[in-house]
Design a protein around this ligand. Structure first.
Ligand SMILES: O=c1ccn([C@@H]2O[C@H](COP(=O)(O)OP(=O)(O)O[C@H]3O[C@H](CO)[C@@H](O)[C@H](O)[C@H]3O)[C@@H](O)[C@H]2O)c(=O)[nH]1
Length: 447
């Protein structure tokens, strides 16, 4: 790729250091750093986050800086939900400002552009103070972003129509681009959950601030979400989908500690269920038991990622039919031709990785954007199903596995995921839309 940068550009990158957010941002920024070797990239996250995502060898023009996690010395966590996020967000604007100054002194280059996780809406204020463009990265689907940009409209419309009660299954007919999404599928923080929590106020503010950004870039591709992508192009100064990141920047090699891949080599094509719920979610014990029983009854071979502490819940004979482990090289597993089903929470990276592997899904959403992603899998792309009633039951799992592994409908789903996989590969190919968008982004950040 041609070098298009001026020689003194310095991009400050502010990460949201929880779940897989920082890793996804680093994956996008790593690609920019490779394509613009004369531009410096200073990547700011907490020490814990940086230690977990920065490999020993990185591009020489990409350097990690640690910011304070906001946890006061001697603080004892109360176990309150998202306490770590609340503490971080309280001090984050000042912590980032302070560390940016350190990077400026150390590199001898003033910052020329501010890239942030889109969650960090105060990036708009920092960018204004230092008079540089603000370019946020949205690490999830264009459709979930649309719902955040439209939060005020959605709240007003629902309130004008006498509130939410009994209307959860209605579709968002007043937003034509999201007309297959139901009210109950909306990400938490728009109508559901504690709307006054630090996290949800942050999402609301983000939706209001993003139209000020010089450009927003996202980990999706236009062919996957044409309607909401086009809508965002009208609402934001510039909206550039440059994904899927997993196809252009696959996961760095991770050791196959548990021998998943060699075990998969011995299984029949499209016969194995892979089960994982991302970096945060865990189904409650009763659902884990329902899942274990469904696997045992169906005899479907499986790879199941599960926390160590929960393994005692599984029936003793179960493991004979598969592998239960604490972490898998997910992208490689989903890319293996033996895998025919992904049982997932619907995290955006998992959805994109399932598409890249051509694997249909059973989605069991938990929070955040999982429900809207799962709805798209089922009702828009028809590449899988979402569990009814929101929880796993043995009977429904058995019938969904039968549908995907055995029935004609399942075959059609596999064909549709396969076609979308090809569309994704075209998008990041030499002349693809995501590649063109990436070049436009590269010009923006390094000029
Ligand atoms: O055994 C495992 C389990 C997970 N992963 C990886 O972990 C990531 C998980 O990402 P994702 O599916 O997006 O789930 P979360 O970590 O829960 O992601 C958070 O961030 C996403 C956007 O970045 C949002 O869509 C989710 O709602 C939010 O929970 C993926 O890249 C997986 O490949 C592995 O490599 N091995």
């Amino acid at each position: 790729m041609p070098e298009t940068t001026t020689t003194d550009a310095h991009v400050a990158v502010l990460a949201f250091p929880f779940s897989s957010h920082a890793a996804v941002l680093l994956s996008g920024v790593g690609r920019l750093a490779t394509s613009a070797p004369n531009t410096l990239f200073s990547f700011f996250s907490t020490a814990q986050s940086n230690n977990s995502i920065f490999a020993a060898t990185r591009q020489p023009n990409l350097k990690a800086y640690n910011v304070w996690d906001g946890v006061p010395e001697g603080h004892v966590f109360s176990g309150r939900h998202q306490e770590d996020i609340d503490l971080f967000m309280e001090t984050a604007p000042q912590s980032f400002r302070k560390e940016i100054e350190v990077a400026v002194v150390e590199t001898g280059r003033r910052v020329s552009c501010l890239v942030t996780d889109a969650f960090l809406w105060f990036g708009a204020e920092i960018a204004e103070e230092i008079r540089v463009p603000w370019i946020p990265c949205w690490t999830s689907a264009s459709t979930s972003l649309t719902s955040h940009v439209l939060t005020d409209l959605i709240r007003e419309t629902i309130n004008d129509c006498a509130g939410l009660a009994g209307r959860e299954d209605e579709t968002l007919s007043f937003v034509p681009e999201m007309s297959k999404i139901r009210i109950c599928d909306l990400p938490t923080g728009i109508l559901f959950g504690n709307l006054e929590s630090v996290f949800h106020r942050m999402l609301h503010r983000m939706g209001q601030m993003l139209p000020q950004a010089a450009a927003v870039f996202g980990n999706s591709f236009e062919e996957l979400e044409p309607d909401t992508t086009n809508y965002l192009k009208t609402k934001l100064k510039s909206f550039l989908t440059i994904g899927p990141f997993n196809l252009v920047n696959p996961q760095p090699p991770v050791p196959d500690t548990f021998g998943c891949l060699s075990w998969l080599d011995k299984q029949k094509p499209a016969s194995v269920a892979y089960i994982a719920f991302g970096s945060v979610a865990t189904p409650p014990p009763a659902e884990l038991v329902a899942l274990a029983e469904a696997l045992e009854t169906s005899k479907v071979p499986f790879i199941w990622v599960l926390k160590d502490s929960l393994m005692t819940l599984l029936p003793k004979g179960l493991v004979g039919n598969g592998k239960v482990l604490t972490w898998a090289p997910q992208q490689k597993v989903l890319g293996h031709n033996a895998v025919g089903l992904f049982i997932t929470h619907g995290g955006w990276n998992s959805v994109l990785e399932s598409i890249a592997g051509g694997v249909p899904m059973i989605c069991r959403p938990f929070f955040g954007d999982h429900s809207v992603n799962a709805r798209m899998v089922e009702a828009v792309w028809e590449m899988g199903v979402t569990v009814k009633g929101g929880v796993f039951t043995r009977e429904e799992l058995l019938s969904s596995m039968d549908l995907i592994f055995v029935q004609e409908k399942g075959k059609k789903m596999r064909e549709r995921v396969g076609a979308m996989k090809e569309a994704a590969e075209r998008a990041v190919g030499e002349k693809g839309r995501s590649t063109q968008n990436f070049m436009a982004l590269l010009n923006l950040i390094s000029s």
